[in-house]
Design a protein around this ligand. Structure first.
Ligand SMILES: Cc1cc2nc3c(=O)[nH]c(=O)nc-3n(C[C@H](O)[C@H](O)[C@H](O)COP(=O)(O)O)c2cc1C
Length: 304
């Protein structure tokens, strides 16, 4: 059914369902489970060192023979080393988040690696196309983690109108068959999900973190750190309260260190770490395997 889909054709996968890179969280187990189920697993390298990425790529290659990708977080100060690892291991696809990926384009293009930036506006989506990106992810502010100002509903049709050549992948607030069908109806060629896969059997975050996602209503989810220029969507807890207090006290943006924010596992402690999650957490009520999540979505698409 998806043989002529632009995303499956470009990436060599069965279903146009991408797992959004999650810094330090989407590692070999999660990534391979998703790729084995016919989607695209994406290693989230975040602020991790190149040695971590190398190990996860090696592990993933043992666990799946299907395509998988790496998500690069642009603010990572060691990004050059990570780029070298990706090229050395010939990972076929790279996603980028958290900044301007254009300086990296020539390296990946020379190595024949597909590059798919994640962007928060239709204007940037077009700019990525003009500079040779192979596809683009537009991410609405419903998403978990760092967010922009546009909603997924507004982004998809606007980006679709501007793009002439490359496939459009939508992210932010998509978590099941219905939200996927809605994204396709608006013009997306594929979808990317983060929060739904956080609450999967294979994800390495603690059971306590997953329970927080299952229990969350929309009122439990908030955006903090707007004053830093890098707003972050999280589930409310002691940590998010602390961030709001810092803001009220007049903290400078530099006082909020990136290491404090980038995906933290935190064991069973769900109060003193940033619990990154999107608004879709409010619609997620069951932990499922990645295969179940993907198959359910595919069934729903087929039904419609
Ligand atoms: C815990 C967590 C960590 C994330 N880390 C990254 C990251 O390192 N790089 C990135 O581009 N996006 C990151 N994201 C965004 C996801 O890749 C994805 O685009 C987003 O979760 C989609 O919205 P959803 O949460 O509504 O599914 C993260 C999201 C979450 C929930």
């Amino acid at each position: 059914m998806f043989e002529n889909n632009l995303v499956t054709k470009l990436l060599g996968i069965k279903y146009p369902i991408v797992q959004g890179g999650m810094a330090g969280i989407s590692e070999a187990n999660l990534v391979s489970a998703i790729s084995n189920a016919g989607g695209l697993g994406v290693i989230g390298s975040g602020l991790m060192p190149a040695s971590w990425l190398e190990k996860e790529i090696e592990k993933t290659k043992k666990l799946t023979s299907n395509p998988f990708a790496v998500n690069l977080f642009i603010p990572n100060l060691k990004i050059e080393e990570l780029v070298r690892v990706i090229i050395r291991f010939q990972v076929p696809i790279v996603f980028t988040g958290g900044g301007n990926p254009l300086p990296l384009f020539p390296y990946f293009q020379a190595a024949d690696i597909k590059i798919i930036p994640v962007v928060p506006s239709s204007r940037l989506a077009k700019k990525m196309e003009d500079n040779g990106a192979d596809a683009v992810v537009v991410e609405g502010m419903e998403a978990g983690g760092h967010i922009g100002q546009n909603t997924t509903f507004s982004l998809i049709p606007q980006a679709k109108k501007l793009l002439n050549k490359i496939p459009l992948i939508a992210a932010g607030g998509i978590y099941d068959g219905k939200t996927t069908v809605a994204a396709f109806f608006l013009g997306a060629d594929g979808i990317q999900m983060g929060t739904r896969f956080l609450a999967s059997k294979e994800c390495i975050v603690s059971e306590a973190y997953k329970k927080k996602i299952l229990e969350a209503t929309a009122d439990d989810i908030e955006v903090v750190l707007r004053f830093t220029g890098h707003p972050l969507r999280v589930i409310k807890n002691k940590w998010s309260e602390e961030m709001k207090k810092l803001e009220e006290k007049g903290a400078f943006p530099e006082e909020i260190k990136a290491e404090k924010i980038a995906g933290s596992l935190g064991g069973e402690d769900v109060e003193n770490i940033p619990l990154l999650a999107g608004l879709s957490a409010a619609g997620i009520s069951e932990i499922k395997s990645c295969q179940e999540i993907i198959e359910e979505i595919v069934r729903e698409i087929e039904k419609v």
